[in-house]
Design a protein around this ligand. Structure first.
Ligand code: ARG
Length: 593
C-alpha cells in the first residue's frame, strides 16, 4: 500500500493545483510541532517568490480547497505561511485496518529485487570468539533480515579466517607437543585418522601459546611460516591436520552463533579461493594493472580526487605469499562467478575502512566486478567498557563471548526474580533461566543495534538489562503486556480475529495510531541506509505511545463491546508490528517476564 505521507501529499498537491499553484509545492511532512499538529506542509513558503505573493495568502488559498477533504480533519494556515494539518479519524482507521490485512503491513515490494551477498561474522578458525566479533554478527544478522523483508535476495556468508599464519602456528605447536603424530610423517601414504588429535579447549589454548612463542622466538616463527607454506602448497598431512582444526573449530562456532540466533547460508572461508589466486594474479599482471614494487606485486588504486593517502593494493608479498587482500579479491571473483550478485556488503570494524576502499577500487579497476555492482563496507565502532576503553574482562583480558553472555544472563535472572517478587507471582528457576536467555539476548542486541553502527558505544550491563528506558527488555516488556491483555480478552470469550480498529476517541489513542502508520517510511529508510538503529528508534517510540495509551485506558473493563473490540484490534496490530520489528533485529519475546 502507498505510504501515508505519499497518500496525504497527493491530496495536498491536488489542492495546490486546484488553487492555481504548482502541485509540487504540496509535499507533506511529519510535524515539527506535535503540540500543534500531526503533519505539516511548507509549500506556501517555497512558492512565495515564484508567485510574488505572501506565503500566508497562498496557504489560505490552499486551505480553502481542503474544507471538506476526506483526508484532512483540520487544515490551518498560520503565519508566516505554514499549513498545519491533522488527519481525519476515519481515514486513519481505514489506513490501519488495511495495514492489518496486508502482508508485511502493506510494505511495497521492489520491482526489481536485488541479489545481495552479505559478508559478516568473519571469525578466525581456532581463535576464540570475542566481543569484537559480536558486533559483526549482530549487525550483519539484522541487516540480512532487513534486506530480505524489504524484498531482496540475500546470501549470508561467514567468510572464515582459515588460511593465514594462525594455521601454521597451530600446526607448529602441535608438532612440538606431539612430533610422533602420523600427520608429520612425510613418507606416510595411507588414510589419516577420522578423530582429531585435540579437543576444542586444547585448540583454544594452543593458538595463544603459539602466537606468544612466535613473538619471542624467531626460529619458531620461521617454522610457523614454513608450516603455513607447506599447508598452502598442499602437503597431505598438513592439509589433513588443517581439516581437523576446521572441523573442531567450526562445530564450536556453530554452537556459539546458534546461541546468538545468528545463521549463515554459506560457511565459506579464505581457503576456498586459494586455488583461484595464481590465475587471478596472472591476469592482473597480463592486463598491466599489477606491477612489481620492491619485490612485491601491487596495483595502484589512487584517484585524482583523493584528499587522503591511498597506498597501492598489495596482491603478492615479496616471498610470493598471498595476503588478506588477495583472498578478498579472489573471493569477489568467486562470488561474482558463482552467484552474480548486484551488491556485496561487508561488515567489519571501521578500522578496516581504508582496507576495503583499496580492495573495492582494485576490484573495479581490474574488472573483477561489473561497473554497476555495488560494493559497500559498513565499518562499525568499538564496544567500550564504562571506562571508555575497549571492553575487557575484570582481569583486563579480552572478554570471551560465552562469558559475556553468561554475565548478562546472570544479571537478567536477578532482574526477573526481582520483578516477579514486586508483582507478587512465582517463577521457578527453569522458567527464569529460559526467560533470561531470551531477554538477555534482546538486551545485548538492542544495546548494540540502537546505536548508529559507525559509533563506538559503551557496554553497560546494568542499563542494557533494565526494564525501563530505551532497552531491549523494555520493548519485550511492552510486548508481554500486550500479549497478556489479548490472552485475557480471549479468556473473556472475545474473538481476536473478528475485531476491527475503530476511530480514535482520545489523543493518546490517536497518537498510538499515528505511530503505527510510520512503519513503512521507517522500513524504507532502514533498508536504504542499512540501519537497524532506525528500527530501534521506531519501536521505542511505538512502545512509549502504547504505554501512554494503556495507562489512560481501561481496556478490559470497558462495557461497550464494540469500543473494547476496537481497542483490542489496535493492540493486536501494535503487537504484530513490534514483533515483526524485533524479528528484524534478531530477537524474540517471551510469554511472560
Ligand atoms: N577474519 C577477519 C577479522 O577477524 C574479518 C573478515 C571480514 N571479511 C572479509 N571479507 N575480509 O578481522
Amino acid at each position: 500500500m502507498q505510504k501515508i505521507l505519499d497518500q496525504i501529499s497527493e491530496k495536498m498537491m491536488a489542492a495546490f493545483e486546484s488553487a492555481g499553484y504548482d502541485a509540487k509545492l504540496g509535499k507533506v511532512t511529519l510535524s515539527n510541532r506535535p503540540d500543534l499538529c500531526e503533519f505539516q506542509c511548507n509549500g506556501a513558503m517555497a512558492g512565495a517568490k515564484q508567485y510574488h505573493k505572501a506565503p500566508l495568502m497562498i496557504a489560505q488559498d490552499v486551505a480553502q480547497k481542503l474544507t471538506d477533504s476526506e483526508v484532512f480533519g483540520e487544515v490551518n494556515a498560520v503565519a508566516p505561511g505554514f499549513l498545519n494539518l491533522k488527519i481525519r479519524e476515519d481515514f486513519l482507521k481505514a489506513y490501519l485496518n488495511e495495514m492489518e490485512q496486508s502482508e508485511k503491513f502493506g510494505l511495497t515490494m521492489p520491482e526489481h529485487p536485488r541479489k545481495i551477498i552479505l559478508d559478516y561474522g568473519g571469525p578466525n578458525v581456532a581463535k576464540p570468539l570475542h566481543v569484537g566479533h559480536l558486533r559483526s554478527a549482530i549487525i550483519g544478522e539484522s541487516i540480512k533480515r532487513i534486506c530480505r523483508y524489504a524484498g531482496h535476495e540475500v546470501i549470508g556468508d561467514i567468510h572464515l579466517g582459515d588460511w593465514g599464519l594462525q594455521m601454521g602456528l597451530i600446526i607448529t605447536e602441535l608438532r612440538v607437543r606431539q612430533p610422533e603424530l602420523i600427520y608429520f610423517d612425510d613418507d606416510y601414504t595411507g588414510d589419516y585418522p577420522k578423530e582429531a588429535p585435540f579437543t576444542i579447549s586444547e585448540l583454544e589454548e594452543i593458538y595463544p601459546t603459539a602466537s606468544a612463542k612466535s613473538k619471542e622466538d624467531e626460529a619458531y616463527k620461521a617454522e610457523a611460516m614454513e608450516a603455513t607454506f607447506k599447508l598452502q602448497s598442499g602437503v597431505r598431512g598438513y592439509r589433513a591436520l588443517w581439516q581437523h582444526i576446521i572441523n573442531v573449530s567450526v562445530a564450536d562456532l556453530k554452537k556459539n552463533y546458534e546461541n546468538l540466533d545468528v545463521t549463515f547460508d554459506l560457511w565459506k572461508g579464505e581457503s576456498d579461493v586459494h586455488d583461484m589466486i595464481p590465475a587471478m594474479v596472472e591476469q592482473m599482471k597480463r592486463d598491466g594493472f599489477a606491477y612489481e614494487s620492491e619485490g612485491a606485486w601491487v596495483v595502484d588504486v589512487k584517484e585524482e580526487t583523493d584528499t587522503k593517502e591511498m597506498p597501492p593494493c598489495m596482491i603478492l608479498k615479496s616471498d610470493g605469499a598471498s595476503l588478506y587482500n588477495t583472498t578478498d579479491l579472489a573471493t569477489i571473483q568467486d562470488r561474482m562467478a558463482s552467484y552474480h550478485p548486484d551488491m556485496l556488503i561487508y561488515l567489519t570494524d571501521k578500522r578496516q575502512d581504508l582496507y576495503f576502499e583499496q580492495v573495492f577500487r582494485c576490484a573495479r579497476k581490474t574488472g573483477l566486478v561489473k561497473p554497476q555492482t555495488q560494493l559497500v563496507h559498513i565499518g562499525f565502532g568499538t564496544m567500550n567498557g564504562k571506562d571508555g576503553k575497549p571492553f575487557k574482562t575484570r582481569e583486563g583480558g579480552v572478554m570471551r563471548l560465552e562469558n559475556l553472555i553468561r554475565e548478562i544472563n546472570e544479571e537478567m535472572i536477578r532482574k526477573i526474580h526481582d520483578n516477579a517478587q514486586t508483582k507478587g507471582y512465582q517463577v521457578d528457576d527453569v522458567e527464569a533461566q529460559e526467560t533470561a536467555r531470551v531477554v538477555g539476548l534482546a538486551a545485548i542486541k538492542y544495546g548494540d543495534l540502537s546505536n548508529q553502527a559507525s559509533k563506538d558505544y559503551i557496554f553497560d550491563i546494568d542499563r542494557f538489562t533494565s526494564f525501563e528506558g530505551d532497552t531491549g527488555p523494555y520493548i519485550l516488556y511492552t510486548i508481554v503486556r500486550i500479549k497478556s491483555i489479548l490472552n485475557k480478552y480471549e479468556e473473556q470469550d472475545g474473538k481476536l480475529t473478528s475485531t476491527v480498529i475503530n476511530e480514535a476517541r482520545n489523543p493518546a489513542e490517536k497518537a498510538l495510531m499515528l505511530e503505527l502508520t510510520k512503519f513503512h517510511g521507517m522500513m524504507e529508510l532502514a533498508f536504504e541506509e542499512t540501519a537497524p538503529h532506525r528500527i530501534c528508534a521506531y519501536i521505542y517510540d511505538l512502545a512509549n505511545a502504547f504505554n501512554r495509551f494503556y495507562h489512560e485506558t481501561k481496556i478490559l473493563t470497558e462495557e461497550d463491546a464494540d469500543r473494547k473490540a476496537g481497542w483490542i484490534a489496535l493492540l493486536k496490530l501494535t503487537r504484530e508490528v513490534l514483533e515483526a520489528c524485533i524479528d528484524l533485529l534478531g530477537f524474540t519475546a517471551p510469554e511472560r517476564m
